[in-house]
Design a protein around this ligand. Structure first.
Ligand SMILES: Cc1ncc(COP(=O)(O)O)c(C=O)c1O
Length: 425
C-alpha cells in the first residue's frame, strides 16, 4: 500500500476491504493480551528449585547467619554476582530487596531530599529539577519523576542509544537538568543496545554537568539476550574510572526477570562515596535486606556462568515469541510506509512506530477486536506521545500461537488506522 500516492477512491477501496477483514477478525471473539512485560509461568518455573533450596542451611559463605538482622550491603556472594552482571567491582555494589525500581525510587528521593555528600547537595536546595528522558522509554521511570515533581524533558532515542548531541547540548545549556534515565541494553521498549561510543559519551556527562547530576543506568535486561549474536554493552563503570566521573552514575539491575519476578534480588552499583552516602540514608529505613532470599538465589545461581546457562533457558522460551512478532512485522510492513521498528535480540519488548497520529487508533481498534495493547502514549513522559506513533508490544506471556493471532489483528489495525488517517489528511 503506497498511501502517499493513493487517491481518495483507492483509499476508500482499501478502507472497505480492510474493514471487512477487521470485522471477520472481530467475529473470532479473541481475548489476547500483549501488554504485560513480565515472564510467563513457564519462565518462572525455571526457578522453582528456589523453594526449599536452603534445606535448613542458612549460613552464607562467610558464616553469616542470614536469618538475622544486618548486612545492609548484602551477602558477599550476592555482591559478586551483581558485580559481574553490572561489570563493576564488589566494593561498588549493594544488594537490596526484591525490586530495582524501589532502589531507583529511593535513589532519586535521596538525591532530592538529602544529596549524596558535600559535592552533591540535595536537589531541593537548588529549585526546579529536570530529568532527560530518552523516548520512547519506561513508564515507571516517568512515574517516579512525576511523583517527585521532577520535570521531564524528552530526548530522541536512536538505534545507538539516546541522541547524545541533544543530551550534551541540553545539559550544557540548563543546570537544572540533574539526571537522565537510561536502559542501556535491550532498552524498554525499543530493544536498542547502547553503542560503545554512546557509553563513552554518557560516562563523560559528569564532566559537563554539575556535581549532583546523576545518570540513572537501569540495566534491567543486562543478561537477557536471545542469542549469542546479541551486541554486548561496554562497561560504563570502566569508562567512568577513565574519565574520573564515577560519582555521576548510579546503576541498577535485578533478578526479577531471571528467577521469580516478584521475589528476586536487586542491585545498585555506584562509586564508594555514593554507596556510603546512600547506605547512611537507607539505614534509617531498614536494618538490612532479605538475606535469606539472597542466599536462596546464590544456591540456585552460584556464579555468572550458572546465571548465563539459566538465561539460555529463558531465551529458548522467549525467542520463538520474538521471532513470531518480527516475522509478522516483516511480512506485513517491510518496505512499507506504514511503520518502523527495531529488531531486538533481547529484552522483553518490540517497539513499533506507526505513521504519525495513528497509534491511539490502532490500540483502540485492536482492543475492539479482542487484542489488548499497552495504551498509546504510555512510553512517553506524562503519557503524551507528541506524534501519537509509538506502540509497545510485549510478547512474553501469550503462547506463540496467541502471539501469531494477535499479530494478524495488529497488522489489519495498523493498515486500517493508516488508511483512515490518510483519508482525513
Ligand atoms: C527497564 C525496567 N526497569 C525496571 C523494571 C522493574 O524491575 P524490578 O522488578 O527489579 O523492580 C522493569 C520491569 O519491567 C523494566 O522494564
Amino acid at each position: 500500500m503506497q498511501l502517499d500516492q493513493a487517491n481518495q477512491d483507492q483509499l476508500r477501496q482499501w478502507q472497505t476491504e480492510l474493514s471487512a477483514d477487521y470485522q471477520a477478525l472481530q467475529q473470532q471473539a479473541l481475548n489476547l493480551d500483549l501488554t504485560r512485560g513480565k515472564p510467563s509461568a513457564e519462565q518462572l518455573s525455571l526457578s522453582d528449585a528456589l523453594d526449599g533450596i536452603l534445606a535448613g542451611n542458612y549460613l552464607a559463605s562467610d558464616g553469616t547467619d542470614t536469618r538475622n538482622y544486618g548486612g545492609l550491603d548484602g551477602l558477599t556472594e550476592a555482591k559478586q554476582l551483581g558485580a559481574d552482571v553490572l561489570q563493576v567491582s564488589t566494593d561498588e555494589i549493594l544488594v537490596g530487596g526484591n525490586s530495582s525500581l524501589t532502589l531507583m525510587y529511593q535513589t532519586v528521593l535521596a538525591a532530592q531530599q538529602f544529596g549524596f555528600g558535600e559535592q552533591a547537595p540535595a536537589w531541593k536546595s537548588e529549585g526546579k529539577v529536570k530529568f532527560l528522558c530518552p523516548v520512547p522509554g519506561y513508564d515507571r521511570h516517568f512515574s517516579i519523576c512525576e511523583q517527585l515533581d521532577i520535570e521531564m524533558v524528552n530526548v530522541n532515542m536512536t538505534p545507538t542509544g539516546p541522541d547524545m548531541d541533544q543530551v550534551e547540548a541540553m545539559i550544557k545549556a540548563d543546570s537544572s537538568i540533574k539526571g537522565i534515565w537510561c536502559v542501556p541494553r535491550f532498552s524498554n521498549p525499543t530493544g536498542v543496545v547502547y553503542s560503545d561510543e554512546t557509553v563513552e559519551r554518557i560516562a563523560q556527562l559528569g564532566k559537563i554537568a554539575s556535581g549532583n547530576f546523576r545518570v540513572m543506568w537501569d540495566n534491567a535486561y543486562a543478561v537477557h539476550s536471545l542469542d549469542s549474536s546479541a551486541p554486548q554493552l561496554s562497561s560504563l563503570m570502566a569508562a567512568c574510572h577513565k574519565y574520573d566521573t564515577v560519582d555521576s552514575v548510579m546503576q541498577f539491575a535485578s533478578t526479577s526477570k531471571i528467577t521469580h519476578a516478584g521475589a528476586g534480588v536487586a542491585f545498585v552499583a555506584s562509586s564508594k562515596a555514593n554507596l556510603a552516602a546512600f547506605k547512611k540514608i537507607l539505614g534509617i529505613s531498614t536494618i538490612g535486606p532479605d538475606k535469606v532470599n539472597q542466599l536462596r538465589h546464590m544456591r540456585l545461581l552460584p556464579n555468572i556462568d550458572a546465571l548465563s546457562g539459566h538465561m539460555q533457558k529463558h531465551a529458548a522460551i522467549v525467542k520463538p515469541r520474538f521471532d513470531c512478532v518480527l516475522r509478522n512485522l516483516e511480512a506485513d510492513f517491510a518496505n512499507s510506509e506504514l511503520g518502523t521498528w527495531e529488531k531486538p535480540v533481547g529484552g522483553y519488548f518490540i517497539s513499533f512506530d506507526t505513521r504519525p497520529g495513528c497509534a491511539q487508533r490502532v490500540v483502540q481498534l485492536a482492543a475492539e477486536a479482542g487484542v489488548k495493547l499497552t495504551p498509546a502514549g504510555a512510553t512517553f513522559p506524562y503519557g503524551k506521545d507528541p506524534a501519537d506513533r509509538n506502540i509497545r508490544l510485549a510478547p512474553t506471556v501469550p503462547s506463540v500461537n496467541e502471539v501469531e493471532q494477535a499479530m494478524k489483528v495488529f497488522a489489519v489495525c495498523v493498515k486500517l488506522a493508516s488508511v483512515e488517517a490518510q483519508l482525513k489528511a
